[in-house]
Design a protein around this ligand. Structure first.
Ligand SMILES: [Fe+2]
Length: 511
């Protein structure tokens, strides 16, 4: 049996592979600058992640082209004295010296601890968890979810509070980075110009991932994540950006952004990008208690409706209604993902079916910001509102396949919103959006617009925070957790709003 000492010895015995940096000057802080993470848990395994960097804000992490052997070890307790399992991987420059280890053969429904060892140094210890057994009905799943963490808009106190919630799982719903140019006078400032290539996106992710509170959240529980637009560029749809640039250029940019995303996230080989393509839609089962259907509503969507797509012309996100918005061929998910989702919803045996996706899905007609006293006759074509036939096919499938307890969670709009989804005159599912980890509100008429809409229970866009959901066989408890001061990394969170959803009753109750 390999001991930790012998593993370190084995790594140290490969000096030819370790000729980077200042000889003899490596320390955990230098080599494991980005900490550790885990994700994609199953009942018998999980992905363990790290990324080696001696100069973390350099596009190559200061690592050059060296290949580095990396040991990983998994432990049954936090003392981390005797590994239960161990193995080796190689960190290569082609993948930014990231390491994605897909561990299998673990026991269901229990925590594990893990670390990496490279260059004679050990990484910080991470904690992860397997999901309960496939046929089990666990008593409870606690997960926290968040989205929209613009580095410039505040501190990541939401993540410190998330760690304190001791979640089994963390769900991230998009806008992990913002791709924009550095601002002036914001609480924090992006360190590089708006990225357009792999080097730029790597530096942007590194900026975020050096934050110790974000690292702590990645080290406390496994994550499952999807993206929204800002991981590439604002409001993109497939290969169309907001300015309708040459799709060939957009494909290059998307490929760079997707590659950097994969390098920084604890994803499976299933999600290893090929050029501008990366498979991100998938399910995660928590025994029979819950299934997450994780969507990617950016990569395959049709062009935004009710406007021309002339090369170089700026597109708009708010339009008056037009036939495009109801066109059955206008797709939010693309045909392959939509077919997968329909099949998944037909087959699920989970009591709670949680649709983990980017944005607000409940119908939301808006007032024109330039005419705030006028009628609510504008549509946001960048959301499901621009792909209404797609949305109706999803709602119909929930009804027709008698999907047990659908619940939607979303992000994107930098607000906490609770709403009821109905279809064909029947209540169908609750939707809980938010919060935004840091990003400031964009829709300043949100509270006023939703006050007129019976489907909307609550909307608040002047607070930042995250959601916490306790899923039990009999009911779910949902808490919107708001931060007292989003500019203070040590801020505390409080219950802004709490709801209960009972089994077999899609209408939420306020508590
Ligand atoms: Fe956002």
């Amino acid at each position: 049996m390999l001991t930790r000492r012998s593993l370190i010895g084995a790594a140290a015995a490969a000096p030819a592979l370790l000729s980077f940096g200042r000889a003899g000057a490596l320390s955990p802080e230098q080599l494991f600058s980005f900490g550790v993470a885990s994700g994609e848990p199953t009942s018998d395994g999980v992905v363990l992640w790290t990324r080696l960097a001696t100069n973390p804000l350099a596009d190559d992490g200061g690592m050059g082209t060296v290949r580095v052997p990396v040991r990983w070890e998994i432990y049954g307790d936090e003392n981390a004295s005797t590994p239960l399992r161990a193995g080796s991987a190689v960190a290569e420059s082609g993948w930014g010296h990231s390491v994605h280890v897909e561990v299998s053969g673990l026991q269901p429904g229990r925590p594990y601890w893990f670390r990496f060892i490279a260059g004679g140094e050990a990484s910080p210890l991470g904690r992860t968890r397997t999901t309960p057994g496939r046929d089990s009905m666990p008593d409870r799943l606690r997960f926290c979810y968040g989205s929209c963490q613009k580095y410039e808009d505040g501190q990541f106190g939401a993540w410190a509070n998330t760690v304190a919630e001791d979640p089994d799982l963390i769900v991230f719903l998009g806008d992990y980075i913002y791709e924009e140019n550095p601002s002036v006078g914001t609480p924090r400032v992006h360190l590089n110009p708006a990225p357009v290539d792999l080097a730029g996106y790597r530096i942007r992710y590194a900026t975020y991932r050096l934050d110790p509170l974000l690292q702590a959240a990645h080290a406390t529980a496994p994550w499952i994540m999807t993206w929204d637009d800002h991981e590439v560029i604002n409001d993109y749809a497939d290969l169309a950006d907001q300015h309708n640039i040459d799709p060939a250029l957009m494909a290059l940019r998307r490929a760079a952004a997707y590659k950097a995303y994969y390098e920084f996230m604890p994803l499976r080989a299933l999600s290893r990008p090929r050029g501008p393509d990366l498979r991100l839609y998938r399910t995660l089962d928590w025994g029979h208690l819950a299934q997450f259907q994780v969507l990617d509503d950016r990569q395959y969507r049709s062009p935004r409706g009710c406007q021309s797509h002339k090369r170089g012309q700026m597109s708009v996100s708010l339009v008056k209604d037009c036939p495009d918005l109801h066109d059955p061929s206008a797709s939010m998910l693309g045909a392959a993902q939509e077919n997968w989702l329909m099949d998944t919803l037909s087959a699920t045996r989970a009591r709670w079916n949680i649709l983990a996706q980017q944005t607000q899905i409940t119908p939301y007609p808006r007032r024109d910001p330039d005419n705030p006293d006028g009628p609510a006759n504008m549509q946001t074509v960048d959301t499901w509102q621009g792909y209404q036939a797609s949305r109706e096919r999803l709602f119909a499938q929930w009804q027709d396949a008698k999907v047990s307890n659908p619940i939607v969670i979303g992000g994107d709009i930098h607000a906490f919103v609770a709403s009821d989804i109905s279809y064909r005159g029947k209540a169908l599912a609750p939707c809980f959006v938010g919060g935004s980890i840091t990003t400031q509100a964009g829709d300043h008429l949100l509270e006023r617009n939703t006050a007129d809409l019976p489907a909307y229970r609550f909307a608040r866009n002047n607070v930042r925070g995250y959601g916490r959901i306790d899923v039990m066989p009999s009911h779910c408890e949902i808490a919107f957790r708001a931060l007292r001061d989003p500019l203070d990394a040590r801020t505390s969170a409080y219950d802004l709003k709490k709801y209960v959803v009972e089994n077999n009753n899609p209408v939420m109750q306020t508590t």
